[in-house]
Ligand binder design. Structure first.
Ligand SMILES: C[S@@+](CC[C@H](N)C(=O)[O-])C[C@H]1O[C@@H](n2cnc3c(N)ncnc32)[C@H](O)[C@@H]1O
Length: 318
């Protein structure tokens, strides 16, 4: 990661910008040189004019790894509305994303939608096995685990007696039916993203096929960092099925690859979690026991992104 963000062509300080949702740049925070006298901008503008292309040019863009690329612009002011003025810690979900991105078709209280328990599998058996394997590999025996947005199954597989699992969700019957929970809390993260737990309580926080319902993801991710121990791990697992009326618009309009970028962005924009790993499993055959077997649909894809808290002292007494 470069220390400063000086333009390689004119030396001016570049501005941090929100990645336009329609771009394929990927990553989280890009920087653009908005100096109108920068040779990269003026030369590209002239070169395109010579080719008969009017009112188009490129500004120099730096990606999160410090690599340079072009940002196409059609006026001197184009893309300036994407400049981020807040410090990373002050970026909120609603200052980073457009309000529509985090809106949903059904804006009634989530508690109402989840009044009715749903004792259903959200994934086919092959995908469920993959989730169990991911959690099995990443959760040490004897951990204290928070299952964030929990249902009747935490997908943790074999849970040792020394392991403590706490569930947070919206439906009491689902949480009571979950066989590995030692404790559960009913809490609506969209009306209050604050987690009702003390600092540094958990070794691991898992979130399974539910991140698409968060309307304030950055606030929730920051809270996860707060309740995690300094060397703790946050594992976010997702697929491509959803309760459409409750999923946020930016999720619904994104491709599966863009959703991976989106989740990565939740980690990095939170300013409190550093990504440690990524896993993807897709294209496996649909299991024979599944109702869609024989319909030409592969097994549900599984994506997992995990990361650790940043800026936490490891000398804390637990
Ligand atoms: C698709 S289910 C997944 C359940 C479970 N994580 C699993 O993998 O089987 C979505 C879960 O998210 C929880 N949920 C949805 N909106 C929520 C909110 N606003 N606050 C807290 N939990 C929420 C619901 O209780 C529901 O159990």
């Amino acid at each position: 990661m470069p220390e400063g963000h000086a333009c390689a062509y004119c030396g001016s300080e570049m501005d941090p910008i929100r990645t336009p949702p329609e771009s394929s740049w990927g990553g989280e925070m890009h920087h653009i040189c908005f100096n109108d006298d920068c040779s990269y901008f003026t030369n590209s503008w002239k070169a395109l004019q010579n080719q008969g292309i009017d009112k188009t040019g490129y500004r120099c863009r730096m990606d999160p790894r410090g690599g340079c690329g072009p940002a196409p612009v059609w006026s001197e002011d184009a893309l300036k509305d994407l400049i981020v003025k807040e410090e990373p810690d002050e970026i909120t979900s609603f200052s980073w994303f457009r309000a529509h991105d985090l809106g949903r078709d059904d804006e009634t209280p989530d508690g109402d939608f989840y009044t009715k328990p749903r004792f259903v599998d959200h994934l086919d058996s092959c995908a469920l096995e993959t989730v169990e394997q991911i959690y099995g590999r990443l959760t040490p025996e004897g951990s204290t685990i928070l299952d964030l947005m929990a249902g009747p199954d935490s997908h943790l597989g074999k849970v040792y007696d020394s392991t403590i699992v706490v569930g947070l969700g919206l439906n009491k019957s689902e949480l009571e039916a979950n066989p590995v929970l030692c404790e559960h809390v009913i809490h609506d993260l969209n009306s209050d993203p604050h987690l009702p737990f003390s600092d540094n309580r958990f070794d691991v926080v898992v979130n399974t096929v539910s991140v698409d319902y968060l309307t304030q993801p950055l606030e929730v991710f920051r809270e996860v960092s707060r309740v995690l121990k300094p060397d703790g791990l946050f594992i976010v697992v997702f697929s491509n099925r959803m309760f459409t009326p409750k999923a946020v618009n930016v999720w619904k309009t994104s491709t599966e690859k863009q959703r991976v970028e989106l989740v990565r962005r939740f980690f990095s924009l939170s300013g409190r979690l550093a990504i440690q790993g990524y896993y993807e499993s897709s294209g496996k055959p649909r299991p024979k026991d599944d109702k869609y077997f024989g319909h030409g649909i592969p097994s549900d894809p599984i994506y997992a992104v995990w990361g650790k808290p940043t800026n936490k002292s490891t000398n804390l007494m637990h």
